[in-house]
Unconditional design. Structure first.
Length: 361
């Protein structure tokens, strides 16, 4: 079976895309499903989108991508199915998707964020107004099936499509190996991984982290952004790299995933928590959206709903190594069972095969 994957970004550059179809592709290949990728953005546009300014480069790159995408719709009929992740083009209404539907009925539409809500990017504010968030419902309607990253997203998709499956984002247990025992006597490390687009969530913890530092020594490791400061706290910032992703997580003793209780955040799929748990690190999370299911309070991690709870939960974990080990081991086992590529890729294969079968005359 041959599947065409329309994805927004070059391979290996976007977390959501990597933890969904990119990561599943090798497993699908083992099940006889060959995935061919066609990104909307090329390397130059992708770099420009992550930089402030550069309006001309972004505009020209978007225009070129849209023209190319329209041309890619015609040969899509030569595949058994198309996996459409988030959207065919980063801006504009569902023009390319409708042309694709005219050529290929077996479309599986996949999304892992509440992209049906208006959202203003901190680095691409003016482009945000060209995102057309309401096209998400159109894509749900034209698809043969929908895969959504959590229950909240699936509830939305079910308004417009009867064939909706919850398929959580995952990590590969082949890559996410257990964290080795840290060196004895080292200062404990609290960590966060993300990007500029989610850094505002980490900023919610500035005061709790300062209060925690007044009670016990620790350092903060921030992966994926160039700078972050907390007065009075030793902070290390590292760029994200696919080559060092797991190794960087190993340097953490506790992982953070703060979220505000708001509609956009409730659409999040808990990827940070899954990453920490995948290597056996206990996670402390805001009990918002999918976080409630992924992190079972006191079993696979801890919940924190207020500044005081953040301080108390982190203080408790940093002072209790056996508790960290117990929660970390339970979290890793839960990831293996429910949030691993090994567990979810077969379900993706079923959806793709059913879509292809249903589209045959």
């Amino acid at each position: 079976m041959k599947v065409l994957a329309w994805v927004p970004y070059p391979l290996g550059t976007a977390p959501g895309q990597r933890y969904r179809i990119e990561q599943w592709a090798p497993y699908l290949a083992e099940m006889g499903i060959e995935v061919s990728f066609q990104p909307f953005a090329g390397p130059a546009l992708s770099r420009a989108l992550y930089a402030r300014g550069r309006a001309a480069a972004k505009a020209s790159g978007m225009a070129a991508g849209l023209v190319r995408r329209l041309g890619e719709a015609w040969p899509a009929a030569g595949y058994d199915a198309v996996f459409l992740h988030r959207e065919a083009a980063l801006i504009g209404p569902a023009l390319a998707e409708r042309l694709l539907r005219a050529r290929q009925r077996a479309i599986v539409y996949d999304f892992d964020d509440a992209i049906y809500l208006p959202y203003v990017s901190p680095t691409n504010r003016y482009l945000s107004y060209l995102k057309f968030p309401w096209k998400t419902r159109a894509l749900c309607r034209l698809a043969a099936a929908v895969t959504a990253g959590n229950r909240s997203l699936a509830e939305y998709a079910s308004r417009y499509n009867e064939r909706v499956s919850v398929v959580p984002s995952t990590v590969s247990m082949r890559e996410y190996r257990p964290r080795p025992d840290p060196a004895a006597g080292r200062m404990p490390v609290v960590g966060w991984t993300g990007s500029h687009s989610s850094l505002s969530y980490l900023s919610l913890l500035r005061e709790p982290l300062r209060a925690l530092r007044a009670r016990r020594p620790f350092s903060l490791l921030v992966i994926g952004v160039g700078a972050f400061d907390v007065p009075g706290l030793d902070v290390e910032c590292r760029p994200w790299s696919a080559a060092t992703e797991v190794r960087d997580l190993w340097d953490m003793d506790v992982g953070l995933m703060p979220l505000p209780d708001e509609p956009w955040a409730r659409g999040k799929c808990g990827m940070k928590a899954i990453q920490y748990m995948g290597v056996g690190i206990p996670a402390v999370v805001s009990p918002v959206g999918a976080n409630r299911e992924i992190v079972v309070d006191g079993v696979t991690g801890l919940h924190a709903s207020s500044d005081a709870q953040w301080v108390d939960s982190l203080h408790r974990l940093l002072g209790d190594e056996p508790l960290r080990r117990r929660l970390g081991a339970a979290g890793r086992e839960l990831v293996r069972e429910r949030y691993s590529a090994e567990a979810q890729a077969p379900r993706v294969a079923e959806v793709l095969r059913a879509a292809a079968e249903g589209a045959r005359p």
